[in-house]
Design a protein. Structure first.
Length: 186
């Protein structure tokens, strides 16, 4: 695996991932993506030669809609997804409100929100585009992901205002226990 196209190919060949994308697509949310561990875990599983999918703690569906920033609506969307594909750990977040939760400036899109995720290897997402094809967004590229490297995005770097958040996540996630070949940088 060497590029974003390879990642898209990987997702397109995974019937479970496609069914999850189809479920999220049924919500018809504006600027939606399934991001972070949904993609990262698949790539790292393949690069580690795992034949059984690593269990996800959640499936992060993000979208951007300034017209309804009620957290209750996000919970309603999670329930709707649970009816489409039960027993999955759905997490739905409107990025038009998440800047407040994260104590940041307002985002202009889901893509910008992804660019403000803590790690480059999780700052990515997939969705179906208007032609029904899998589309990948990776604001910081896919090189770190494919190199099995965990690095902070600029806001979370040592010189950034949120470095402690990155350090806490690094310690809490235990990614190197699940994928021993990854390299984690401070």
């Amino acid at each position: 695996m060497k590029s974003g196209k390879d990642i898209v190919f990987l997702v397109e060949r995974d019937s479970w991932m496609l069914s999850v994308l189809q479920a999220a697509g049924q919500l018809n949310l504006p600027d939606w993506w399934i991001c972070a561990g949904f993609v990262r875990s698949k790539v790292w599983d393949v690069l580690h030669g795992y034949t059984i999918k690593t269990q996800l703690p959640d499936i992060d569906v993000i979208y951007f809609d300034k017209t309804n920033i009620q957290e209750d609506y996000e919970k309603e969307l999670e329930l709707r997804l649970g009816k489409i594909l039960p027993d999955l750990p759905w997490s739905v977040k409107n990025q038009a409100r998440m800047h407040k939760v994260n104590h940041m400036e307002p985002y202009s899109s889901s893509y910008e929100a992804m660019s403000n995720f803590p790690e480059t290897a999780t700052a990515l997402g997939v969705r179906f585009n208007e032609k029904g094809k899998v589309e990948l967004a990776a604001p910081w590229g896919v090189n770190d992901l494919l190199a099995l490297e965990v690095r902070p995005t600029p806001l979370f770097s040592k010189s950034g205002p949120y470095h402690q958040v990155y350090k806490d996540r690094r310690a809490k996630k235990g990614w190197d226990q699940t994928w021993p070949e990854i390299k984690i940088f401070s």
